[in-house]
Design a protein around this ligand. Structure first.
Ligand SMILES: Nc1ncnc2c1ncn2[C@@H]1O[C@H](COP(=O)(O)OP(=O)(O)OP(=O)(O)O)[C@@H](O)[C@H]1O
Length: 231
């Protein structure tokens, strides 16, 4: 289980403080207004943003002393950070070896993950020749090949049209179940959250002020969540 206990960051204009529990095999959707702190929450967990106090554990292992690269997690943003001069194969392989020196077993892993996310036929292509949805599949494949137990996703599919977005989310759901991943997914689409997430956390003014299962969206407790949902 990934546990955030009063994980706190103080900025001049705002103090952020998050408590959250996320189980393996679960997708937790983080929703909330712009500026509420969703991306900063992910950055605090990943080690990219300063943490002033509180605790962060994965299965009772203290993650706070670890540098970002040592943390057992992978981050995917909307801007998927693909390298345009490299092939799809290389773009996935770089998740395993920055120098692209792969063992035979690792090469087989790249091919297997590519099959799982439906891009096996595209391995020799360059990202520029792919559709937006295919590019995000490559980004997801790079994350999955690393085999980290935690995935931090910051609106990875938001630029895609709804049908493609749901296709990619279904793929994420499938891989989360298959690999027992712990996924935190920032999204601006509550319908997206309702479709794939096990839990939904509403981030408001630097705090999680409501959380629950998908039912949260049909029965919000706070006025802030009602306002956010436009009800
Ligand atoms: N490095 C920083 N310096 C100062 N303030 C910061 C910093 N990082 C985060 N913050 C504070 O955290 C707040 C939340 O920003 P964040 O980008 O996490 O919100 P968000 O919910 O992801 O918004 P959006 O949905 O628009 O991406 C900011 O308004 C700011 O007050």
């Amino acid at each position: 289980m990934l546990e955030l206990d009063e994980l706190r960051s103080r900025y001049p204009e705002q103090e952020l403080c998050f408590s959250l529990r996320a189980e393996a095999g679960e997708i937790t959707a983080l929703i909330g207004p712009s500026g509420a702190g969703k991306s900063t929450l992910l950055a605090m967990v990943a080690g990219f943003a300063r943490v002033d106090s509180g605790q962060l554990h994965l299965d009772n292992r203290d993650l706070l002393p670890l540098a970002p690269a040592q943390r057992p997690m992978t981050t995917l943003f909307q801007d998927n950070n693909l390298f345009w001069h490299m092939t799809v194969y290389q773009n996935i392989a770089i998740g395993l070896s920055p120098a692209l020196r792969l063992t035979a077993a690792q090469r087989a892993e790249v091919e297997q993950v590519a099959r799982q996310v439906g891009i096996a036929a595209l391995l020799q292509r360059k990202p520029a020749s792919l559709s937006g949805g295919q590019q995000q599949r490559v980004g997801l494949a790079r994350c999955l090949v690393r085999q980290t137990p935690v995935l931090l996703l910051d609106e990875p599919f938001s630029a895609l049209d709804p049908a493609l977005r749901f296709e990619l989310l279904a793929l994420l759901r499938e891989q989360t179940d298959r690999l027992g991943l712990t996924v935190l997914l920032v999204t601006h689409h509550p319908d997206e959250a309702a479709r794939v997430a096990n839990r939904i956390a509403f981030v408001y003014d630097g705090r999680i002020i409501e959380q629950g299962d998908r039912g949260l969206l049909s029965a919000p407790h706070t006025q802030a969540l009602r306002d956010y949902l436009g009800r």
